[in-house]
Design a protein around this ligand. Sequence first.
Ligand code: ADP
Ligand code: GLC
Length: 482
Amino acid sequence: MKILLATSELHPFSKTGGLADMVGALAKFLAKAGHTVGVVTPLYGSVKVDRATLQPLDWRLDLSIGLRVAHGTIKTHTTAEGVTVYFVDQPELYGRPELYNDSAGDYPDNPERFIFLSRAAVNLARYLPLAVRPEVLHAHDWQTGLVPLYVYHGRTREAWLKSPKTFFTIHNLAYQGRYEGPRYGSTGLPWDYFHTEGAEFHRDFNMLKAGVAFADQVTTVSPSYAEEIKQIEQGCGLEGLLKRRAETLSGILNGVDYEEWNTTANPHLPAAYSAADLTGKDHCKAALQLEYGLPVRPDVPLFGTVGRLADQKGVDIQLEALEVMLEEDIQFVMLGSGSKPFEEGYRALAEKFPGKIACRFGFSQGLSHRVEAGCDFFVMPSRYEPCGLNQMYSLRYGTVPIVRGTGGLNDSVIDIKEDVSLANGIKFRDYSAAALTKAMYKAKVLFKESELFAHYRANGIAVDFSWERTCQDYVKLYKRKG
Ligand code: ADP
Ligand code: GLC
């Protein structure tokens, strides 16, 4: 099939979270399966690609955003697997170091930046040479939420024959790209799409909602989350629309790119290991304790976490639980950045419990692998989690995940209460520090039960979330709709 993906971040070029991993891997494994795959994404100032290798495409984007016309160009890059990345080059909109914000907050022109991206993706889908013109145009998250609407508009009002089927994947319903109503004017679309079953949400302009309303098929990144978002607690105000679209809404669990996330041939790790021989993991643990300046002790359970310090991730209950748990003989390492009060919370714990907890604030791909490998337990107490990738990485790294049973965490981790023989993690239900503390205590006990601990680890390493399977599910859906 010919498939074009549209995304605001793409591993290995730009990334703030799992969206980049997911779209990067989806493109890669679709291409490996023999499909013709392109990805449209911005050329940010920070994009990790050698500019000299980019090929300019003979293409001019003269697209109106509001009252002005913005000019852009396309530069292509072909990956080792044959994916064509269409970088949208518009220095005024994208030539900034960060993707979405700076220290002052979100960039105020984010709606225009992502209207332009969505228009660029649709423009390519419509006019690319026939050999690569897509049958499926697959947009991701609010930043490309307008893609399905622009296609719908082309189809119904501009006689766009053979328009691609549109797919829209929700990676996180809490981020909707919601702006004051008049900003809709920047889309250049007629105002008759601005209604409660379209791009309007309580008089505001809502880009994610446009995607949900106009896509031929809506997906999300785990079966559990697909159910949760139809309920008021997790629906973020869109549960009604999602329920009405239930027949075209499905959940497909993300995969893991094991070519990158593995412990046998990983340039980021100080030692290799596998299920057959875990001694390299002991080495990774010692090296991690050293890297974080903690006492190098094999006998102490080492807990860790990596992630955005956002409300979603359960940082508040994590901090509270640590107040209690750090009185015990345990160690904790964290890597993350985000909300300043949360960062302060970790700093305060590090001061109160020196030698037991150490923190690194910032973004480091290499260190994220080392935390996954060096810890005994990986903690993910998310308030909600559409899929979550870190717990799946942990399983493969022989690091037992402690998760709250929500969304993709629920779908990917097995607690002993669910299945004794397949148990690979510790799950708790209540969103509370007490429930998390109890789960961490259980982990501490498990750590001393060496046979049972080995059973959990072996089960985790054996779990297979290969992208090949996830891709097949998407292709089935592309074909059904296409
Ligand atoms: P989300 O997308 O909600 O942030 P996921 O678990 O799906 O959560 O994916 C997070 C991805 O981002 C993982 O690949 C994780 O390793 C990475 N990540 C998050 N924070 C950092 C950080 N500070 N440094 C390096 N990688 C990070
Ligand atoms: C979002 C979600 C996360 C998911 C990722 C990739 O960022 O928060 O749960 O794993 O997208 O789909």
